[in-house]
Write a protein that binds this ligand. Structure first.
Ligand SMILES: Cc1cc2nc3c(=O)[nH]c(=O)nc-3n(C[C@H](O)[C@H](O)[C@H](O)COP(=O)(O)OP(=O)(O)OC[C@H]3O[C@@H](n4cnc5c(N)ncnc54)[C@H](O)[C@@H]3O)c2cc1C
Length: 496
């Protein structure tokens, strides 16, 4: 049976951040995720904001870890080649009641240690954001807020952790955990492994994993947030993350540019029963549009390219649960990591590794730890001379597959063949942005599938869109020669 020091359950931004932090030590670590890709849970569908940290109640883990995590983003994203821009955020006020709330947020921000917060008047806001409503009378400005590619961060963390010796095992659902003398016997589908310590980073399933070894002590309630994403052509409609003043009914809809230069509005906030209920709704998207129009009256809705939804892992106490189990030695819960979990992730990782070191009595340092991710080539960012030289060396960089985003075959092949590499159409989109543009993969999708099938040495019909069994092709309609399908399948598919 395979033996590990640490089993991390969940390869979202939290599990992968902890894995990379642990790879700085000589510790045998495995990350297990039930999905076919890293970042296939909440980490792939959120606002992508690195919050400044004025929003969480002072004294909470959320407040402390948000501010600490925010300060770590520049260095981390530079080392891992993750898009991050510190563009600042504005919370806008429409009336005196809003202004009073902003004053409270300002004070809370100061108490939480948020740097350089400012209260602005109408003219200053208008100068910073000319497209905002004339009815806005002021704003809270937080220059330390930023935007990041959320799934790219988790993918980069996983890849770098793997390059430093961590094993990432996907399609690996943990179904049972038994505490024993050596630690834990973990059942992963049909297989078992042994680990001395367990870190529960299972997101929406954090309570289920906890309950496998501990008395139930918290319940996760999924809370859905829906979004609309708009074309890069309108990506500069706002230059900051623009929040509405929070009320007792919620934080309000925000308007923001993404780390890749799109424009986005969202999210809604709605409790749902299912931890997989990521569909968008007519009601939700209509609500978003009405709210966005209040802040940006001439909002360019015609430039919409897609919609999506993510689920927050909410608990009643409304704070992160980061604690070593008092009941089961060696088991650490990192649960209920809803917003600002992405912002806090680097600080959460440091905190959890510190806790684990205390439990284990310390770890030896990994002297060969490589902090930087292997560099990627972004073909369109090269000079004409560099492009020519690269194509001469590898002609795959001369074949543009995604015309919207300008992504070449060479770049797609690279991200398939890295550690924790892409195995699905959306995994390619999340890593190389092929399919993330205006046509959302309408043109490049089939070609990306061919490249995936070729590189992974699988039949093209087994290539999925995103999650397990999300097949795109069911069979050929004309000639099957190209796909090497048996003739029986031709007959079957022609009958359909
Ligand atoms: C609408 C919305 C907006 C948000 N906006 C922001 C924001 O702007 N800024 C910010 O800081 N935060 C934001 N957040 C919060 C942020 O997205 C989360 O805090 C973060 O992504 C949580 O990461 P995670 O790793 O804990 O969870 P996840 O990404 O969900 O990862 C958990 C993983 O565990 C795996 N898993 C579950 N059960 C099992 C099992 N039995 N066996 C194996 N694997 C299992 C899942 O497959 C999943 O991959 C937002 C969240 C939402 C929903």
């Amino acid at each position: 049976m395979r033996m590990y020091d640490v089993a991390i359950i969940g390869a979202g931004v939290i599990g992968t951040a902890i894995a990379r932090e642990l790879s700085k030590y000589n510790v045998k670590v495995i990350v297990l995720d039930k999905e076919n890709d890293v970042a296939n849970g909440t980490t792939k569908a959120n606002s992508g904001i690195v919050h400044a940290g004025y929003d969480a109640k002072s004294g909470t883990l959320k407040a402390r870890l948000n501010v600490a995590g925010n300060a770590m983003y520049e260095d981390l994203c530079k080392a891992l080649e993750v898009p991050f821009k510190r563009i600042g955020s504005l919370v806008v006020a429409f009336d005196e009641e809003d202004m009073a709330t902003l004053q409270e947020l300002y004070q809370q921000g100061l108490d939480n240690g948020v740097p350089n917060l400012q209260l602005l008047g109408r003219d200053e806001v208008k100068e910073m954001e000319p497209n905002l409503s004339d009815e806005i009378i002021g704003a809270l400005y937080a220059p330390s807020a930023g935007i990041v590619g959320p799934w790219e961060l988790a993918i980069a963390l996983a890849e770098n952790a793997a390059d430093n010796g961590v094993e990432i095992r996907l399609n690996a659902a943990v179904t049972q955990i038994e505490a024993n003398e050596q630690g834990f016997l973990v059942t992963v589908d049909e297989d078992t492994l042994q680990a001395k310590y367990i870190i529960n980073c299972a997101g929406l399933y954090g309570d289920k994993i906890n309950n496998m070894v501990n008395t139930p002590s918290f319940e996760i309630v999924p809370n859905r947030g829906e979004y609309n994403l708009f074309d890069k052509g309108v990506g500069d409609y706002v230059n900051h993350v623009v929040f509405q003043t929070p009320t007792k009914h919620g934080k309000g809809v925000l308007v923001l540019p993404t780390a890749h230069g799109n424009l986005m509005i969202g999210p809604t906030a709605e409790p749902v029963d299912e931890p997989e209920a990521v569909e968008t709704t007519e009601v939700g998207l209509k609500f978003l549009r009405e709210k966005a129009k209040r802040v940006v009256p001439k909002f360019p809705f015609q430039a919409v390219i897609t919609s999506f939804a993510g689920l927050r892992a909410k608990v009643k106490t409304n704070d992160f649960i980061i604690e070593a189990s008092a009941e089961t030695k060696g088991f650490i819960n990192v649960a209920a990591i809803d917003s600002p979990g992405l912002s806090a992730a680097p600080a959460i990782a440091e905190m959890v590794v510190g806790m684990l070191k205390d439990i284990a009595g310390g770890f030896a340092v990994n002297s060969s730890f490589k902090p930087n991710r292997r560099p990627s080539i972004h073909f369109m960012a090269l000079s004409p001379e560099e492009k020519a030289a690269l194509i001469a060396k590898d002609p795959r960089y001369g074949r543009v597959i995604c015309r919207c985003e300008g992504i070449t075959e060479g770049e797609i092949v690279d991200i398939i063949n890295r550690k924790a590499g892409a195995t699905s159409l959306d995994a390619v989109k999340r890593r190389a942005r092929a399919g993330a543009g205006r046509c959302q993969g309408g043109f490049c999708g089939p070609r990306v599938m061919e490249i995936l099938a070729r590189e992974l040495k699988v039949d093209i019909t087994s290539v999925v869109k995103d999650r397990k069994a999300s097949y795109i092709l069911t069979g050929a309609t004309k000639s099957n020669d190209e796909y090497g399908l048996p003739s029986q399948q031709v007959a079957d598919s022609q009958d359909i």
